[in-house]
Design a protein around this ligand. Structure first.
Ligand code: SAM
Length: 214
């Protein structure tokens, strides 16, 4: 079957199973070919709902997990967004479809993975700023952000990221002290600088490694 029809079926499934809830997330999944972000040896499995290896022990997350994170991130056009953990670049391309051109910076720690994300993201129709570095320190050059999305498991919410968020902004992250099991957390910045946290169930991500990570 052609990738295009496999993609349409995957989107239908994610909608039926309740992972995709909003129009903007559905449209983003329809627009971005996941096969362009998956290493050639796994390409045939691009539309199976599972994480896949992207090298250096890292993964592109399962589409259902990506959909859950995008929905709780509550994205819309024009929101200034920072992603930590570019990985394959797939999630960055989806985010860029929603927030629009020039509103997304994504950071990757591992140089070879960063190079791959940069290359993959040339296939994204939206402009995405890809940075090599430790995302736990954030990216002050484009701060403050409306949304900061961490796609790796954080032991706690990194302070620099809390500081680089606007009041009313949302920090989205899998949070957990142990590798292999975390709670998807959305922390909303209050006018006094404190955070209100909401939890959205269990998840499993590779660790966030850095000064304010593991
Ligand atoms: N969003 C990615 C995608 O769409 O393919 C999947 C991300 S993968 C689950 C987690 C990524 O976070 C890995 O590529 C890993 O190298 C990266 N990472 C871990 N710690 C990091 C840090 N401190 N700064 C930036 N990236 C980091």
């Amino acid at each position: 079957m052609e990738y295009e029809s496999l993609r349409a079926r995957m989107v239908e499934r994610l909608v039926d199973e309740g992972y995709i809830l909003s129009e903007n997330v559905r449209r983003a999944f329809e627009a971005v070919p996941r096969e362009l972000f998956v290493p050639s040896e796994y390409r045939a499995r691009s539309y199976v709902d599972m994480p896949l290896p992207i090298g250096e022990g890292q993964t592109i997350s399962a589409p259902s997990m990506v959909a859950i994170m995008l929905e709780v991130s509550d994205l819309s056009e024009g929101l200034n967004t920072l992603e930590i953990g570019a990985g394959s670049g797939y999630n960055a391309c989806l985010i860029a479809q929603i927030v629009g051109d020039d509103h997304l910076v994504t950071i990757e720690r591992i140089h070879t993975v960063y190079m791959q994300a940069k290359e993959n993201l040339t296939r994204c129709s939206k402009a995405v700023d890809v940075v090599h570095g430790d995302g736990t320190e954030g990216w002050p050059a484009k701060a403050p952000y409306d949304r900061i999305i961490i796609t790796a498991a954080a032991p706690s919410l990194p302070n620099p990221l809390k500081e680089q968020l606007k009041v009313g902004g949302k920090l989205i992250a899998p949070v957990g002290k142990t590798a292999g099991f975390q709670t998807l957390t959305v922390a909303i910045k209050q006018p006094d600088g404190s955070f209100k946290e909401k939890r959205f169930g269990a998840c499993a991500f590779v660790p966030l490694i850095g000064t304010y990570g593991f």
